[in-house]
Design a protein around this ligand. Sequence first.
Ligand code: FMN
Length: 171
Amino acid sequence: MAKEKINVFDYAEKINKQIAPGILLNTNCEKFNSMVIGWGHLGVIWGLETFTVYVRDSRFTKKQLDKTGRFTLSMPLDGSYDPEVFRVFGTMSGYDMDKSEYITQVPANVNFVPGIKEYPLTIECEVIYKQRQDPEAIDKQILRKYYSAEETKDDHHTMYIGKIVDAYIIR
Ligand SMILES: Cc1cc2nc3c(=O)[nH]c(=O)nc-3n(C[C@H](O)[C@H](O)[C@H](O)COP(=O)(O)O)c2cc1C
């Protein structure tokens, strides 16, 4: 399987447009796992090209990410997902199931977290900074909207800034 190297910033428009509807955040520790994320951003800090993601305490993804400090992002080139994959990866947890049977893993080049053949735009990252949100510092309206319901109370997000260590399209 060929991997066509890309400069992520050449693909910034394509990537940015896909974030809000959802891209896939893969981790690999006890097992391969992937979840849909709708928050995140491509950027630069400390002179490094980075991708930042936000993961709630309750996610299986967080457990794996905290152990390994490695993640890979996968997204389609045309914005379209298999609806069943998107539903499972966006609502069900690696704590309860093995999601690997839904996709075809492609071994990573650098960070040991596989990409996904069916969603070929791939960004491999290594965490260089993480910080859990300080509830006191969040705008009150946002705090009420995202962190006050019974199931989301105190289930805060941790920000992970990932240094981009490789980026390519699986062909
Ligand atoms: C469109 C969409 C965007 C989402 N964005 C995020 C996100 O940015 N951060 C997060 O923690 N969960 C987000 N989720 C929820 C997770 O995908 C979901 O809880 C998933 O089942 C967690 O899987 P895991 O427990 O295997 O990590 C999103 C879900 C959808 C459908």
